[in-house]
Design a protein around this ligand. Structure first.
Ligand code: MLT
Length: 231
């Protein structure tokens, strides 16, 4: 079974969860791991992130799209470049993305998806036997377009190998097909695009919509995201 998830309705223990937060948490996580970050510890609360101060970690905190005062950086992919993150462990909290990971932690496996690693993720998912839940982080417990369109892209690539079972899958793929000729234009009016544009960071939006620039899949091992080794 392959399905976008409404988490409280699912038993996730036997499933592989793909956490999706296209603008920008899951994209930045993939980019940070690809750039040599030793690990990313996702935490749900800013106060939890602060506890890791003075232990040699980089501390990253974002709320409502902005860097939280007193932290090294936030959630912009441009903060996750090799010069900054190689060999370092980052403790990260974001408005929605790290919360989605936190809610998914009981799953059999949690991996991170973004347009940057779409094909390698789908190639790997195709080989898995478990049910797959595509967990769209959304915005403050609400639906959003960009995460659902990405879920639709995954469903589109996997439908030959996985049974498409529910209406959420059909809706996500339909939305993806609708957006597909020009996802960037389609998403220009989305709520979080507008939020990020108001913060003057259109370049982050453009960065997050690049396809297949990375060959890594972050996976949750214990409390941290690391690079998945078995492809
Ligand atoms: C989140 O986790 O809510 C987002 O990634 C927000 C953002 O764009 O920083």
């Amino acid at each position: 079974c392959l399905s976008p998830a409404l988490l409280p309705l699912h038993d996730i223990k036997n499933s592989i969860v793909v956490v999706i937060d296209i603008f920008r948490a899951s994209t930045s996580m993939c980019y940070g791991i690809a750039n040599g970050a030793e690990g990313i510890i996702p935490v749900a609360e800013v106060s939890t992130c602060a506890i890791y101060k003075d232990h040699g970690y980089l501390l990253a905190a974002e709320r409502n799209g902005e860097v939280v005062d007193g932290f090294d950086f936030g959630n912009s992919p441009f903060s996750y470049v090799e010069e900054k993150v190689k060999g370092r462990t980052i403790v990260l909290t974001t408005t929605n993305g790290t919360k989605a990971i936190h809610l998914s932690r009981e799953a059999k496996k949690v991996v991170i998806g973004s347009f940057l690693n779409l094909s390698i993720l789908c190639d790997w998912l195709q080989k898995q036997k478990e049910d797959i839940l595509l967990v769209c982080a959304g915005w403050k417990d609400n639906f959003n377009l960009e995460d659902t369109i990405f879920a639709g892209a995954v469903i589109n690539k996997l439908k030959a190998s996985h049974q498409k079972e529910d209406d959420a899958s059909i809706a996500a793929e339909t939305l993806y097909n609708c957006a597909q000729p020009d996802i960037s234009t389609y998403l220009a009016e989305s709520a979080h695009s507008r939020r990020l544009q108001n913060l003057g960071i259109q370049k982050d939006i453009d960065f997050c919509l690049q396809v297949d620039t990375l060959n890594v899949i972050p996976v949750l091992e214990g409390d941290r995201l690391v690079e998945l080794k078995e492809y």
